[in-house]
Ligand binder design. Structure first.
Ligand code: SF4
Ligand code: SF4
Length: 104
């Protein structure tokens, strides 16, 4: 259920590791390792237009959980029909990849 994210430069991140995106899109259709996954909902807070767009269309009042995830990494053990069934996940600081990815 718990979604923790170290990518604090993302506009959806409250700087405490919590995400406030309405939908968290994880990419990784061909991923075999963590580095090939990516949170494509990442919006760089240093780029005003990107941050504004993200706030307008993908901001939520509630903290995101694993239920907020739409995940394309179908080779991950926790993926079922593009939903994430891990108890908790962690998104990486440098690359916004999913560190919880485990290949089937
Ligand atoms: S999970 Fe994705 S959208 Fe949420 S704060 Fe992290 S990088 Fe941003
Ligand atoms: S743990 Fe697996 S299914 Fe869940 S978000 Fe990460 S890559 Fe996707």
């Amino acid at each position: 259920m718990l979604l923790k994210c170290e990518a604090k430069q993302c506009t959806h991140n409250d700087n405490k590791g919590n995400c406030y995106a309405k939908v968290v899109n994880i990419r990784g259709e061909r991923a075999r390792i963590t580095d090939q996954t990516l949170c494509s909902s990442f919006a760089d807070e240093r780029i005003d237009s990107v941050a504004e767009f993200a706030e307008e269309f993908n901001a939520a009042r509630r903290k995101a959980t694993t239920k907020s995830i739409k995940c394309g990494a179908h080779r991950c053990e926790y993926n079922k029909s593009s939903r994430c069934y891990a108890d908790s996940i962690k998104v990486n600081h440098d690359t916004a990849s999913c560190e919880t990815f485990v290949i089937l």
